[in-house]
Design a binder for this molecule. Structure first.
Ligand code: SAH
Ligand code: AVI
Length: 328
């Protein structure tokens, strides 16, 4: 007789209908500063998540295919070394590369549970439904949550944990916050867990800049979508056509900056905040930094966060790295 496999699928939301993912606070703080700025987590409404998936397919955006290649080469070893029975994935998005890890765990017979965590409700629901159907015997607990605020709501471990944080998303934190965030992962990992961290590597600036200035203009749409999000969620009246996409590599800080530049002076009202904001002609709003790593930068960040670099895996062209780390 076939064994009866117990599996459950559940999605828990820690972002209520009126929780604009801290958007109101971030807009108030960010648009009243001398250098205007908004954090990148607000890109990811349903359209923003779709646009990010389209970016991952672009010829210029080498990150996704390279990270997948590294995972394909090493998934079996990673699973054997970590003895993981569950994946707790931060910023999972549509989790296409995660399948490589889930397949390796299923093959090893250790796969018990998948916990995708993302601010994008649409992607968490879609991934939970899709993966539950594809991996019989695996439980799924999806968390619609902000990984900067809601890590305490993760379910108790069911055994050794692997925590993938892929795509280079760690590079989207400013340096101080990045180390603080990595430190907060210690509790999530526990004594026998491992972090699996994807980082984009420092390389020729023109290669990096091309990845954020693609010829099809998808990254520009992704960047500009942030203004649509603020218009819709906070009743703002940004004239989106009056802004242009800017992305450049800061060689000193070794990070990409994405900005939105007002082509002409623009007065914006944010109704929900009773806020009026002026943009001068050519004034810029910073929307994202995307830090690129050297092995030293990576080791330094991990050490400062109380983590130990166990192994750094890279591709033959050293474009991207996937690293295993655990509590020091
Ligand atoms: N891991 C996927 C997606 C990377 S895109 C990949 O490698 O392709 C970054 C993802 O992180 C998006 O899905 C976005 O919604 C999510 N994200 C960004 N900031 C977040 C936050 N503060 N909390 C939870 N998820 C966040
Ligand atoms: C999610 N994150 C790692 C992407 C990056 O490359 O920094 C987001 C992105 N921004 C523009 N293109 C892609």
């Amino acid at each position: 007789m076939e064994p009866i496999l117990e599996r459950t699928v559940e999605v828990r939301s820690h972002l209520g209908p009126n929780d604009e993912r801290t958007l109101a606070d971030d807009v108030l703080d960010g648009l009243t500063r001398p250098l205007k700025e908004l954090p990148p987590k607000h890109f990811y409404d349903a359209l923003g998540s779709e646009l990010f998936d389209a970016i991952c397919e672009l010829p210029e955006y080498y990150q996704t295919r390279t990270e997948r290649l590294i995972l394909e080469r090493h998934a079996e070893d990673i699973v054997a070394r970590t003895a993981a029975v569950e994946l707790v994935e931060l910023g999972s998005g549509s989790a296409t590369k995660t399948r490589v890890l889930l397949d390796a765990m299923a093959q090893a017979g250790t796969l018990a549970r998948y916990v995708p965590v993302d601010v994008s409700a649409t992607t968490v629901h879609a991934v939970a439904d899709l993966f539950a159907g594809e991996y019989p015997g695996m439980s799924v607990v999806g968390l619609v949550a902000d990984f900067e605020r809601h890590l305490a709501h993760l379910p108790e471990p069911v055994g050794p944990r692997l925590v993938p944080f892929l795509g280079g998303t760690i590079g989207n934190f400013p340096p101080g916050t990045r180390r603080r965030f990595l430190r907060s992962l210690g509790k999530v990992l526990g004594p026998d867990g491992y972090l699996l961290l994807g980082t984009d590597l420092v390389k020729e600036p023109h290669v990096i800049e091309a990845a954020y200035n693609d010829s099809a203009g998808v990254t520009a749409q992704f960047n500009l979508n942030l203004l649509h999000v603020v218009n819709r969620e906070l009743g703002a009246d940004f004239d989106v056509d009056g802004f242009e996409h800017v992305a450049f590599f800061d060689r000193e800080r070794e990070w990409i900056e994405m900005r939105l530049r007002a082509t002409e002076p623009q007065h914006v009202r944010v109704a929900a905040l009773d806020l009026e904001v002026d943009f001068a002609a050519r004034e810029e709003l910073r929307t994202e930094i995307s830090a690129k790593f050297t092995p030293e930068r990576l080791r330094g960040d991990l050490e400062a966060a109380g983590l130990e670099l166990v192994e750094m895996l890279t591709d033959p062209d050293e474009l991207f790295a996937v690293s295993l780390a655990r509590i020091a």
